[in-house]
Design a protein around this ligand. Structure first.
Ligand SMILES: [Zn+2]
Length: 417
């Protein structure tokens, strides 16, 4: 089972990602390499060797040298591994100008993703492709999985694209055919009792695991699967908590139960899951539009009004478009210490940085800290006790939502002006 990194390490990784985003190559010469979990590094290295000889066709002397130097550096660093770690590996390497043209220095960053990242990717570009790594930091919707037949059962979670097995069970229930010399009625009664106990045991574990407060909060739904009728009998007879019953969204026929069955459920349910997500988001956007027309004091939309009320404790649910482009940027003057916070799109940051300080008119403004608004809100979410829902940007309702700024909040109580 892959290891999860803790919140502090996640924070560090967020910082690293935002620094990597700022780095630009002089040409198309920055390498991003993603290696899937448990891949043999010797295979990766022979691939990189091919890239090295392909790079000899690059026309610009400077770019060719930088790309090839970077490839050598990556290969050198990878030699420490036999196979990639169980979460995979991301490597970023290239010549970064330190202080204008001509000051390039070779930099390399090797990162183990916070959760398994099954991606095989090599890119050479004028910037680093950190977006895939960034996605692993996003909080994902979670689905509970129950796979059961008369012999075995398993509980699991689907987080993003990742299946996590929570526990597996065997029933110990005897087969339908009794041993010689046993009375048929007595055998049948014992078998029924065993089934009953088995259902009870699984239901108890379902309740214990899925009602865990941290998980329950994020649980979007539960999928149940298994071959034959057992799963239906289980749902009918077992003592599953009503809060969890409400979350059952689909019962699916599979060939296997147990751990193998969990994977089958997910494969067969992908359309269902996509729909669940869309239906959930669409309902929220519909609610938002209803409030705009009928009770505008119950909502806020647009970045500024939300930032103004962020710390009021009034926000209940925050909706934000998944490709929201704004960043919080803290600038300061190295001469007089003047400091300013701006909320801008990433491409505007470069326009502000390096301008003359408005206070002393002597120093220049430097970026001291920058964080995407989505990350910033996720970091504040627990402290301020609101819920965040990322809205898909390419759906019909996502397009409508963007016209309202792509960020909105449903409030706990009406705003009074
Ligand atoms: Zn100044």
């Amino acid at each position: 089972m892959a290891t999860k990194i803790n919140p502090i390490e996640k924070h560090k990784l967020r910082k690293l990602i935002s620094e990597l985003k700022k780095k630009e190559g002089r040409g198309t010469e920055l390498i991003s390499l993603y290696i899937p979990p448990n891949k043999r590094i010797s295979d990766v290295i022979s691939y990189l060797r091919e890239e090295y000889s392909t790079a000899s066709n690059i026309k610009s002397d400077q770019t060719r040298k930088n790309v090839q130097d970077a490839l050598v550096k990556v290969m050198e660093r990878l030699k420490y591994f036999d196979v990639s770690p169980e979460n995979g590996l991301a490597v970023f390497c290239g010549a970064i100008p330190q202080n204008g043209p001509g000051s390039e220095k070779m930099e390399i960053y090797v990162v183990v993703p916070p959760e398994p990242l099954n991606l095989n990717l090599y890119r050479c570009d004028d910037h680093f492709h950190v977006e895939h790594l960034e996605k692993t930091l996003m909080e994902k919707e979670v689905y509970g999985l129950i796979s059961i037949d008369v012999n075995e059962a398993a509980l699991g979670l689907l987080e993003g694209d990742n299946i996590k097995v929570l526990s597996t069970y065997t029933s110990g229930i005897p087969g339908k055919h009794r041993a010689g010399g046993q009375s048929a009625r007595r055998f049948e009664r014992l078998r029924e009792m065993a089934v009953h106990q088995y259902f009870d045991r699984i239901a108890r574990h379902v309740n214990d695991q899925f009602l865990d407060s941290d998980l329950y909060q994020r649980l979007r739904g539960i999928l149940v699967g298994g071959p034959g009728f057992t799963k239906h009998d289980f749902l009918k007879q077992a003592d599953i908590d009503y809060r969890l019953r409400d979350k059952i969204i689909e019962v699916i026929d599979t060939n296997y139960a147990g751990e193998e069955g969990l994977r089958e459920i997910v494969n067969k349910a992908s359309d269902v899951l996509k729909n669940v997500r869309y239906v959930y988001e669409k309902k929220l956007i519909d609610k938002f539009l209803w409030y705009i027309a009928n009770k505008p004091t119950m909502i806020l939309y647009g970045l500024k009004p939300i930032l103004d009320h962020l710390y009021d404790g009034i926000i209940d649910k925050l909706m934000i478009i998944e490709d929201f482009e704004y960043y919080k940027v803290i600038l300061n003057c190295e001469v007089c210490g003047y400091s300013d916070t701006k909320y801008v799109k990433i491409e505007e940051v470069h326009g502000i940085a390096g301008t003359k300080c408005p206070k002393c008119d002597n120093g220049y403004l430097r970026v001291k800290e920058e964080i995407s608004i989505i990350d910033m809100l996720y970091e504040l979410k627990n402290q301020l006790a609101f819920d965040i829902v990322l809205i898909s940007s390419k759906t019909e309702y996502g397009v409508i939502f963007k016209q309202f700024g792509g960020i909105a909040a449903i409030l706990r109580y009406a705003l009074s002006y």
